[in-house]
Design a protein around this ligand. Structure first.
Ligand SMILES: *[C@@H]1O[C@H](CO)[C@@H](O)[C@H](O)[C@H]1NC(C)=O
Ligand SMILES: *[C@@H]1O[C@H](CO)[C@@H](O)[C@H](O)[C@H]1NC(C)=O
Ligand SMILES: *[C@@H]1O[C@H](CO)[C@@H](O)[C@H](O)[C@H]1NC(C)=O
Length: 623
């Protein structure tokens, strides 16, 4: 049991040492060898000897022994004189065959065919026919006179009687193709089985046979097969075989599409001996490919379609890794995604782990949200939602546990409730409970438990939230900024005290109302926030459109408005809610450079109807 371990070690060190250099950044191929070496060749007729003590002296294996070490060994057919025989090489996988070269010890056959199967022997296809006279034997043209014909007469003459060769090149006479990994080349090169049918023997011409045997270029130093003095009679079994072959070379290589330079045995447990000349069939894939023939991409490398390497340019065309942020081991290629990204990326991660979902495992699954401090590729990137069961609206599917916004973790709160997990009342609300929180009914604000009114100025608290004001989109929440957001930016608006203040709203009846206005400034603006400065309020707006301006220059952008009066009744009217768009018109205080909002100001929430009125007024020249 020492040997396999040693073999593995050798292969491993070989791969380690060489893969990096030959396949790195370019197309590569495994070594070429004789596909017949180390494999069993089958023939139709075994030579049967009455002398059962003697072993078969010329078995098929002798065709593929080393021609330099054993030049005078051969296979001899057991076919009856004038009969057919067949040499068959069954491979255990698909291979590429580039050449077949046979050296005969008998005269070469008068008719012979070379066939391949690409489906393990179910169907066969003729690669080449060999005959002295192609038209009379096979009814085919002869490639000696017509280039590209399936039949050839080049290798079928009876002479030489010994040492005659038959040669076949898969890629034709030219023998080269720019890109051996192209589909066209592969259709010519691949096979799973090779069959050589020896259909009709030749007899060695008497006179030539003698002379040939003496002047044979191969000088093998033994007598010719067929006795030259007495031509065989067809009725009497020949002493020698009809067909005899010194060597059969089926030159080829493992099929790896330019993605491997080594191949291993396809058999699971079948380990080959060291230094065995066998051309093995299972590729050791590089370029992030996988499969016995590197015919597909490795599991996490399906972001683009698989491609063979380019043998003419040397481009490796490696498979591309899917971005799964470390949450998946596999991805698959989607034609739809590929097209939708403009043929840039088509990978879809499979079985996203760590509570992630999405094509790239880039989102948290329902019930989980992004941990703010962990990177997306961390196994802890998604953390479970925690939502207060009292303050949050229950998830529709209660089995999944609470739901929160997958990015911010913000839970879905009941009315008047705030906080990332909906755990307490919003400012200006009180009575946290199963129905949420109630608004304070106070001039300022109230105790969040009892609802009793409080003097908020003394406690430096915020005033009130706008009633009917827009609750900001959940996605704008940042858990750690939450408190600040509510107290400073959104809690205070132009003040509105339920029950104490009531603002009389000025109504716009038509274009004429707009035309009659005497205000210094008229604008369309969005209210951003409102701030209590103790003695006065400041409202930040974003000016969207300047319709009229007085002495103070006005332009688009952020601007402060100063609502008046502030003190006497503790109210500012009209109401400006953060998040709302308004038509605003009012006086200006040129000395202080302030735009004012007074009881007489026009503050109308912007609607499409209002927009129409305004554009009409502009058209009439009133604004
Ligand atoms: C074996 O020898 C016997 C006679 O001894 C003969 O009849 C028979 O045909 C021979 N068989 C073969 C296969 O040569
Ligand atoms: C081949 O055989 C055909 C028919 O038997 C004959 O007409 C033709 O001349 C032969 N060609 C050669 C090259 O011998
Ligand atoms: C391979 O490279 C050659 C030369 O750059 C190019 O002409 C050919 O189109 C490429 N083949 C494929 C299949 O991309």
């Amino acid at each position: 049991m020492k040997r396999p371990a040693l073999a593995m070690l050798t292969v491993a060190s070989l791969l380690h040492g060489v893969t990096a250099s030959r396949c790195a950044g370019r197309a590569c191929s495994p070594p070429v060898g004789n596909l017949a070496s180390g494999r069993t060749l089958r023939t139709l007729h075994m030579r049967t000897s009455n002398d059962s003590f003697l072993e078969e002296p010329h078995p098929p294996a002798l065709m593929v022994d080393d021609p330099f070490l054993h030049p005078s060994t051969w296979w001899a057919s057991g076919a009856a004189a004038g009969g057919e025989d067949e040499i068959r090489l069954d491979l255990e996988a698909r291979f590429c065959l580039t050449h077949v070269v046979m050296v005969f010890r008998s005269p070469r056959p008068a008719a012979m065919s070379l066939e391949r199967s690409r489906d393990f022997g179910r169907t066969w296809e003729t690669l080449k026919l060999f005959a002295e006279n192609c038209s009379s034997t096979f009814g085919s043209a002869d490639d000696a006179s017509q280039q590209g014909a399936i039949c050839t007469s080049r290798y079928s003459s009876a002479t030489p009687c010994d040492g005659g060769e038959v040669i076949f090149r898969s890629l034709g006479q030219a023998g080269r193709m720019d890109d051996p990994y192209s589909p066209e080349a592969l259709s010519l090169l691949t096979l799973t089985n090779l069959r050589i049918r020896l259909m009709r023997p030749h007899h060695c011409p008497t006179s030539l046979g003698t002379s040939r045997s003496h002047h044979s270029p191969r000088s093998r130093g033994f007598s010719p097969t067929v006795p030259s003095q007495s031509p065989r009679s067809p009725t009497q079994p020949a002493r020698s075989a009809s067909y005899a072959v010194y060597s059969l070379l089926a030159r080829g290589t493992c099929l790896c599409h330019g993605h491997a330079e080594h191949c291993l045995s396809t058999g699971e447990g079948r380990d080959t001996q060291d230094n065995s000349p066998v051309v093995q069939g299972r590729c050791v894939c590089t370029h992030h490919t996988a499969g016995a023939h590197c015919e597909r991409c490795a599991p996490l490398y399906n972001d683009q379609p698989w491609r063979a390497a380019n043998g003419s340019s040397g481009e490796p065309n490696p498979c591309q890794k899917c971005e799964c942020h470390g949450h998946a081991q596999n991805c698959h290629f989607s034609e739809r995604v590929w097209r939708s990204t403009g043929r840039i990326s088509g990978g879809v991660c499979d079985n996203c782990q760590h509570n992630t979902v999405g094509r790239k495992c880039q989102r948290c699954r329902p019930g989980y949200h992004r941990h703010p401090a962990r990177p997306l590729n961390s196994p802890q990137a998604c953390t479970r939602c925690w939502c207060d069961p009292v303050g949050s609206v229950p998830a529709l599917t209660s089995t999944e546990g609470p739901w929160c916004h997958p990015r911010s973790g913000q839970c879905h709160c009941k009315p008047g409730v705030g906080g990332t997990s909906c755990s307490h009342c919003l400012p200006g609300h009180w009575g946290f409970g199963p129905d949420g929180c109630r608004p304070c009914v106070c001039p300022l604000t109230c105790d969040h438990i009892t609802g009793h009114c409080l003097d908020s100025k003394a406690r430096g608290e915020f005033y009130n939230v706008p009633i009917g004001g827009k609750i900001p989109d959940l996605t704008h929440f940042r858990p750690h900024e939450e408190d600040k957001v509510w107290s400073k930016e959104l809690a205070v608006s132009a003040l509105y005290y339920t029950g104490k203040c009531s603002c009389k709203e000025r109504k716009l009846k038509g274009v004429s109302d707009l035309c009659k206005m005497k205000h210094s400034y008229v604008m369309k603006a969005s209210v951003l926030s409102a701030h209590d400065k103790g003695t006065h309020a400041v409202v930040q707006v974003k000016v969207r459109k300047v319709l009229r301006s007085g002495l103070l220059p006005l332009s688009q952008g952020t601007r402060s408005l100063y609502p008046l009066p502030w003190t006497s009744r503790g109210c500012t009217c009209p109401v400006l809610n953060p998040g709302g768009d308004y038509l605003l018109a009012g006086p200006e205080d040129v000395e202080s450079g302030r735009l004012l909002v007074t009881m007489q100001s026009l503050v109308v929430p912007w609607t499409s109807t209002l927009g129409f009125l305004v554009s009409e007024a502009v058209r009439q020249g009133c604004l």
